[in-house]
Ligand binder design. Structure first.
Ligand code: NAD
Length: 541
């Protein structure tokens, strides 16, 4: 064990580079993007530190240029999924016994590799295969991921410092053991940072991991894996398997050593997994930790006292950045009637001014949605809205998948506050507005609270403190991350721990200590210095 009480570097948020025209960072990413676009990669499974090729492959392409192939990735069969589990378990004893400062050093090193030599590559990968514009790639794949790695190390030491009182006669020590078994990380397409953080946070706390990335994020997952490897994550500690998600998950959940799941993705998938865990509960050696951050139907509610330009800007950014594919993206908007005309005018002007196209052209604000399934779903909701006499599509409404999966940023206005696009998570650049009477503030807050099964993010805009207080109080269960006079997206690690409740997840707040607690099982050790030798207490006479 350690020979000192080591202090870790104080975690600071990675500064966001601005990629201004003519800047060296812009030139670096542009060059890397081109090189990567013009070559192909093959992504094997990664089990026990070894690349495993199966010959059963899927292709990776650019959502904004879907005929362009970026490479292939290999898919696991049941035997290989089992082998990832066995490998993780074989690595467990040594990894769990490794002094915490060594684990910290590995992940701090990973953070610095991303901040420096890998920055252009991980950003370019996220632009190419997840269609993020350069700014969205920078704040996700570089800054948020660096922040997760740095802050988690600091949070780990804060947890280790939490120790019980002792007396002169007995020393009480809390030991923060990793879980007994392995952790399964299932990650979504939309954040490179989340894809890396779900396996890394559990591994940092001493756990071994089987990681299944999304088929639509494998390209940048490979960059993450290369970074972890170079940073020194030992063989077997994080194993990456791609393939049929149901088969892999069923294999994992059948293992008696399954001890926790770190999931981010859609609500119905998480609920299915939870149910399967329940069905298998008698087979497990320990009660598995179930952590899931899932869907959202995030709102902005604007009081009559709100500044219309602020509201319009919050919708433009909060609703449409990364094509509305953030779990925190604003998608249902409630605006007081007396400010609606001004909000509408600026919003329509702003949305019409968005430049749409490939992220390679860094002046584009909007790029493509992730894949054809998502495109078709969004197009069908938009077409239904256009055909519905009861709603107005006030801007956007177009879509075209001939080259890339492009959906025009679309604003729908409805008179029905329960219209389908006010309730359903669409996960795309579609925002629906409901205009309410100024005098119905209290009723509208109730509507916001009751309309959706989700409770992820939400925002209130008002210059009136009484109205703000009413919203903060009335909507206390409607969002895990609540914003006052700000857009509901863009949480920063170490500043706004992120997660929602209700159908949005277990609210274990990624990017905070709360999340790390889920990956440890404390052991209390009481050591008595002078041990009694006679059972008789004084009261017995
Ligand atoms: P998704 O649910 O389609 O996929 C997520 C992961 O689950 C992928 O790895 C996928 O392969 C796997 N998966 C899919 N079906 C499965 C099954 N039947 N069994 C086991 N695994 C399965 O989600 P997505 O499209 O990648 O991501 C978008 C969703 O994620 C949205 O609902 C969004 O709100 C949510 N999300 C939430 C947060 C949050 O913090 N709350 C963050 C990001 C994304």
């Amino acid at each position: 064990m350690g020979k000192g009480f080591f202090k870790v570097p104080v975690a600071v948020n990675e500064p966001v580079k601005d990629y201004a025209v003519g800047s060296p960072e812009r030139a670096r990413v542009a060059k890397t993007y081109k090189e990567m676009y013009n070559s192909t990669v093959e992504v094997p499974l990664y089990i026990n530190g070894k690349d495993v090729k199966t010959g059963d492959t899927g292709t990776m392409s650019c959502p904004h240029d879907h005929k362009h192939i970026l490479g292939t990735y290999h898919k696991a069969d049941k035997k290989l999924a089992q082998s990832a589990i066995d490998t993780a378990l074989a690595a467990r004893e040594k990894w769990a016994a490794m002094p915490w400062e060594q684990r910290a050093a590995i992940f701090l090193r990973a953070a610095e590799l991303i901040a420096g030599p890998y920055r252009a590559k991980i950003n370019a990968a996220t632009m190419l295969a997840q269609s993020k514009n350069i700014f969205q790639a920078e704040i996700d794949a570089s800054c948020e991921l660096i922040d997760f790695l740095r802050f988690n190390v600091q949070f780990m030491t804060e947890i280790f410092n939490e120790q019980p009182q002792s007396t002169s006669g007995a020393w009480n020590r809390l030991e923060y053991r990793p879980l007994e078994g392995f952790v399964y990380a299932i990650t979504p397409f939309n954040f490179t940072a989340i894809a890396a953080n779900l396996p890394a946070s559990a591994a940092l706390m001493g756990n071994v991991v089987v990681w299944k990335p999304s088929d639509s994020q494998v390209y940048s997952a490979k960059v993450i894996l290369d970074i972890f490897k170079e940073a020194g994550v030992p063989d077997g500690v994080i194993n990456m398997v791609m393939g049929d998600p149901v088969m892999i998950t069923d294999t994992v959940l059948a293992s008696p050593d399954f001890s926790g799941i770190h999931f981010t993705g859609s609500t119905h998938v998480f609920k299915d997994i939870w149910q399967k865990i329940g069905t298998n509960i008698h087979n497990y050696k320990t009660y598995p930790r179930i952590v899931g951050e899932t869907g959202g139907k995030d709102f902005i509610v604007a009081h009559k006292s709100a500044n219309p330009a602020q509201v319009a800007t919050a919708i433009a950014r909060g609703g449409f950045e990364f094509q509305g594919q953030k779990c925190s993206a604003a998608s249902r908007i409630y605006v007081s009637e007396s400010i609606w005309a001004d909000v509408k005018e600026q919003l329509v002007t702003d949305v019409k001014s968005f430049k749409i196209g490939s992220p390679e052209d860094m002046s584009n604000f909007i790029t493509a949605v992730i894949h054809e399934g998502s495109f078709d779903k969004l197009a069908s909701f938009i077409d239904s809205a256009k055909a519905d006499k009861n709603v107005d599509v006030i801007v956007g409404g177009g879509h075209d998948k001939s080259k890339g999966y492009f959906i025009e940023p679309t604003v729908i206005v409805t008179k029905d506050p329960k219209y389908t696009t006010m309730c359903t998570e669409l996960f795309g650049p579609v925002v629906t507005v409901y205009v309410f009477e100024d005098k119905k503030w209290a009723e509208t807050l109730e509507l916001v609270d009751n309309t959706s099964e989700y409770a992820l993010t939400g925002a209130v805009f008002s210059e009136d403190r009484y109205a703000l207080e009413e919203a903060i109080d009335g909507l206390q269960n409607a969002a895990g991350n609540f914003y006052v006079n700000d857009k509901p997206s863009g949480a920063v690690v170490g500043q706004q721990p992120f997660g929602g409740a209700r159908a949005s997840g277990t609210n274990d707040k990624a990017g905070s200590k709360l999340n790390l607690y889920r990956w440890i099982s404390p052991r209390m050790i009481k050591e008595t210095f002078v041990t009694p030798v006679d059972y008789r207490y004084p009261f017995l006479g």
